[in-house]
Design a protein around this ligand. Structure first.
Ligand code: TTP
Length: 192
C-alpha cells in the first residue's frame, strides 16, 4: 500500500492546531514560516490575508514534502489593518477603536498538495462589538488575552462577551475556518 503523505501545519499558532484537532486532524509536523507580514502598497486587508496564507504555505512546501496547510488572519476597521497587539497599550488602542462599532476579520487559508498544487480560500467575517467602558477595557487588559492576537482580542475568551453580532465564520475569527479548511484538504486529496 502507498504510504500516506504527511500533513504539515505551517503555523506557530497553538489555536490553529487545536482547531484542527477539533475535527480529528492531527498534523504530522509543525513548521512555521517566518515572513514579513507587512501589507504591500495599495493592498486591501482581504488581499493581505490571502497572500500571506499562500506565501506561508508555499514557503514551507518548498522545503518540506507533504500536504502543507497555512492560514493568516487580518483584523480591520474599514481599510485600516489592526496589527497584532504586542503591548497593553496596543490592546487598549485596538479595543477603543473596536468599541461600539463593526469590524471585519479576514482569514486566508492555503493548501499545497504533495505534487505542488495550490488551493486557497478567503473567509470574511463581519462582527460588531458592544460599546466598551473603561472598566471593560481595564478588565480586558488585566486578563492578558489580547497580547499576540490580531486586532488585540481573542474571541475564544472574555472578548466573546463583547460580540453583539457575527456574520461569517467563528472559527475563521479564531484563525482557521474549519468548513473551508476541510474543503481544501478534501479537495487536495488529503485523507486523515
Ligand atoms: C481576532 C482573533 C485573532 N486570534 C489570533 C489567531 C492568530 O494566531 C493570530 C493572528 O495572527 P496570524 O499572523 O494569522 O498567525 P500567527 O502569527 O499567530 O501564527 P502563524 O503566522 O505562524 O500561522 O491572532 C485569535 O486567537 N482569536 C481572535 O479572535
Amino acid at each position: 500500500m502507498a504510504e500516506r503523505a504527511n500533513l504539515i501545519l505551517a503555523s506557530a499558532s497553538p489555536r490553529r492546531r487545536d482547531l484542527l484537532a477539533q475535527i480529528g486532524i492531527v498534523p504530522d509536523h509543525i513548521a512555521a514560516a517566518d515572513l514579513d507580514e507587512s501589507p504591500l502598497k495599495d493592498e486591501t486587508p482581504a488581499q493581505l490575508a490571502l497572500r500571506l496564507a499562500v506565501s506561508k504555505a508555499q514557503a514551507v512546501a518548498a522545503v518540506t514534502p507533504g500536504y502543507v496547510l497555512a492560514a493568516d488572519t487580518v483584523v480591520c476597521v474599514g481599510r485600516r489593518v489592526l496589527d497584532k497587539a504586542d503591548t497593553e497599550a496596543d490592546v487598549a488602542a485596538c479595543l477603543k477603536l473596536l468599541s461600539g462599532r463593526g469590524h471585519r476579520v479576514y482569514t486566508g487559508v492555503a493548501v499545497v498538495s504533495p505534487v505542488g498544487k495550490l488551493a486557497s480560500r478567503l473567509v470574511e467575517t463581519r462582527l460588531t462589538f458592544k460599546r466598551l467602558s473603561d472598566v471593560d477595557i481595564a478588565a480586558y487588559l488585566a486578563c492578558g488575552e489580547g497580547i499576540g492576537k490580531a486586532g488585540g482580542y481573542a474571541i475564544q475568551g472574555l472578548a466573546g462577551s463583547y460580540v453583539t453580532q457575527l456574520v461569517g465564520s467563528y472559527t475563521g475569527v479564531m484563525g482557521l475556518p474549519l468548513y473551508e479548511t476541510r474543503c481544501l484538504l478534501d479537495g487536495a486529496g488529503y485523507r486523515p
